[in-house]
Design a protein around this ligand. Structure first.
Ligand code: ADP
Ligand code: MG
Length: 652
């Protein structure tokens, strides 16, 4: 993606904050790169001071001039080269305006004032650069988390290998306290891992065989053997870094507005300044005075502060969010998040843990027993990635039941699954799914499971040509779900709703337990989409929160799709607009509050810059503003805007 399509006539002060993924991955800037701005600025000040002092000495008259010229060179060379480079491609930059003003001042003999202008301008550049480095560092910090080598096990020996050379399937070991070099799956060992760098969770997560681990996370006191599941460059951490870098390069809506504005504004300033010289001069005013005033106007009219208002707020906010395990895919979503009216949750895996327990197996047929029913169901479900499916499969495995081969598998999202085992077609799914397939469910069967549904169990009906039985599973509420819903209400979200494909009874029970305002049950995936759309038609801005795997269409239909628990699932990272890396609903309120704060700061910044520009323009036009004061006002306001934005890095 081309960062910030460099259009003609745009003022480019803020450009330097945006970074590309590649830049991020590069090493820290060298000492000289980091401090050259400061060195030049200091030199500019020293030459200026000497030149100024020499004016009062008895030396030759040209001597102070030599130092003023040196001061100009130290303070202005960088700006001049930038200005010329941009001018060649037809762009007016703020640097150009400043250099022009300084040269103008020199032309009418105001060398000191020109040098002061250049000094202040390069000082504020250096300070801005420092400030922006903080935002950059917040992300670069993520890059530093990746170890460069992994300890591979080859022929029983440990060898250290660069992560880029590790292949998928290679086994590596992680010692206590070590950082994990690549995404992988634990093969052996037991430990707890600090995953804060990926998910923002502060509590370590315990890991054993078959659990996934992520590059950049920190091992606790255990020893682990891990099989690499992704190449180094495909790791979740790299995806995060890339997403954040891309997000920072996307313009927020207020940003776009201001870009358009400054396209007309820049030529307008130049025209205005030309007129401010031509008209009074034609009317017989003193050229030097007129020209000096025009230079002041040229400086103060540059909308640096205004142009930087939005990115200086949005970028630190995006970086802050990323550190807390919330990935915004762009400034647009950050701005939108705070303006949301309705939060819609998917039930399974979002409000509930998504790890249901098997409670009971009910048999309707003479020809099969509990074990046989589980075997059939699990054999079909081993092909499905639905949380219910995984429950049945692990329950069967826990009982040592051998699974059979299933062919012609097909999933019906929101309803169930079907596959062929031997010469039988087996269906597993909801009540409506089975009746829809023409399989009768008798009143007697209903009576048998009645008590189970009342207790909040979801039933997975199993059938071949006839209904064979049902498996009752129940999902736990996600820890903290209730508080999260309550907090959303406290921060002023108008309505919370739950939408689910599960049956009415279970849905009501879960909905009541977490305290959402409305519950919509027995919805097919396309019904979920329709519901979200109808809310939007009522002029409600809707967030849809889901796991991003089987509810992607609804996420896409909402104003803002939020996927949670996304560490490790690439689909979720790709489909959602905002990604919560951890399984932590609290991050949703955090994200909304951060977004609102970011909007507040954007508006503060824009308001403040406008007031400063208008005040400076008015005083400049009234001839009561000197060039150095004008520069202080102009650069000072730019710095204040940047500092104000940086506060968002620390928002909690
Ligand atoms: P939710 O909206 O709660 O995420 P889904 O839309 O994924 O739920 O599924 C709705 C219902 O469809 C489930 O409650 C279940 O009855 C049935 N179902 C979906 N997938 C499966 C499956 N793989 N096996 C059995 N039943 C399923
Ligand atoms: Mg779901």
């Amino acid at each position: 993606m081309r960062p910030d399509g460099l259009r003609k006539g745009k003022l480019l002060t803020w450009k330097k904050i945006n970074l590309t993924f590649k830049e991020l991955l590069e090493a820290e800037p060298s000492f000289w790169q980091r401090y050259q701005g400061v060195v030049y600025t200091a030199a500019c000040a020293v030459f200026l001071a000497i030149g100024w002092g020499l004016q009062f000495s008895s030396g030759p008259g040209w001597l102070p001039l030599v130092f003023f010229v040196l001061s100009y060179l130290a303070g202005g060379t960088k700006s001049a080269t930038t200005a010329l480079r941009l001018l060649k491609s037809g762009q007016f930059s703020v640097d150009l305006l400043m250099v022009a003003a300084a040269l103008g001042a020199a032309a009418i003999g105001h060398w000191e004032e020109g040098a002061i202008l250049l000094f202040l301008f390069s000082l504020s550049h250096a300070l801005e650069e420092f400030a922006m480095d903080r935002t950059r560092n917040a992300i670069r910090h993520l890059v530093d988390l990746r170890p460069r080598t992994a300890l591979l096990i080859r022929e029983g020996r440990e060898i250290s290998v660069a992560v880029e050379q590790v292949q998928v399937g290679d086994r590596f070991i992680i010692k206590p306290g070590g950082r994990i070099p690549l995404d992988g799956v634990v093969v052996d060992g037991q430990s707890s891992i600090d995953q804060a760098s990926i998910t923002g969770e502060s509590m370590p997560v315990s890991k054993g065989p078959k659990d996934p681990v992520y590059a950049g996370t920190i091992n606790g006191t255990g020893w682990l053997e891990v099989r690499a599941s992704k190449k180094a460059s495909d790791s979740t951490l790299d995806k995060i870094i890339q997403l954040v870098a891309e997000a920072q390069n996307q313009r927020a809506p207020t940003q776009r507005f201001i870009d358009r504005f400054s396209q007309y504004y820049t030529p307008l300033i130049l025209l205005g300044v030309a007129l401010a010289i031509a008209i009074p001069w034609a009317l017989g005013q003193d050229f030097d005075a007129v020209f000096y005033r025009a230079m002041v106007l040229l400086v103060v009219a540059s909308p640096c502060a205004l142009v930087i208002s939005t990115p200086a707020s949005i970028l630190p906010a995006i970086a802050n969010a990323a550190r807390h395990g919330v990935l915004f895919k762009g400034g647009v979503y950050l701005e939108l998040m705070g303006q949301i009216d309705v939060v819609a949750f998917d039930k399974t895996g979002t409000l509930t843990s998504g790890k249901p327990q098997l409670n009971e197996v009910v048999i309707f047929s003479e020809e099969i027993d509990d074990e046989g029913l589980l075997r059939l169901a699990a054999s079909v479900e081993q092909r499905s990635e639905h949380p219910l499916a995984q429950t049945v499969v692990s329950a069967a495995q826990a009982r040592g039941i051998e699974l059979q081969a299933a062919v012609n598998f097909r999933a019906f999202p929101g309803r169930g699954v079907r596959a062929q085992i031997g010469d039988q077609t087996i269906y597993v799914g909801s009540h409506t799914f089975l009746t829809g397939q023409g399989i009768a469910i008798t009143p007697r069967m209903h009576d048998e499971v009645e008590a189970l549904t009342t207790q909040g169990n979801t039933l997975m009906w199993v059938a071949s040509a006839r209904a064979l039985g049902a498996i009752a599973v129940a999902d736990q509420l996600r820890a903290g779900a209730q508080q999260a819903v309550q907090k959303l209400r406290q921060i002023g979200v108008e309505k919370t709703i739950m939408i689910t494909g599960d049956n009415q009874r279970v849905a009501q029970a879960v909905g009541q337990a977490v305290g959402v305002d409305e519950v919509y049950a027995e919805l097919m995936p396309q019904d979920k989409v329709r519901l979200v759309k109808s809310l939007r038609e009522q002029k409600r801005r809707v967030i849809m929160v889901g796991d991003g795997v089987n509810d992607a269409p609804a996420l896409a239909a909402a104003d803002l799709g939020v996927a949670m628990g996304a560490a490790g699932t690439d689909v979720a990272l790709e489909t959602a607009d905002v990604v919560l890396m951890a399984d932590d609903l609290d991050k949703l309120t955090f994200a909304i509050r951060l977004s609102r704060q970011a909007r507040t700061v954007v508006f503060q910044n824009i308001g403040f810059s406008l007031v400063v520009i208008l005040t400076l323009l008015a005083t400049g036009a009234a001839d009561v503003l000197s060039l150095p004061l004008g520069v202080i006002g102009h650069e000072g306001s730019t710095l204040i805007v940047v500092m104000n934005g940086l506060r968002l890095l620390r928002f909690k």
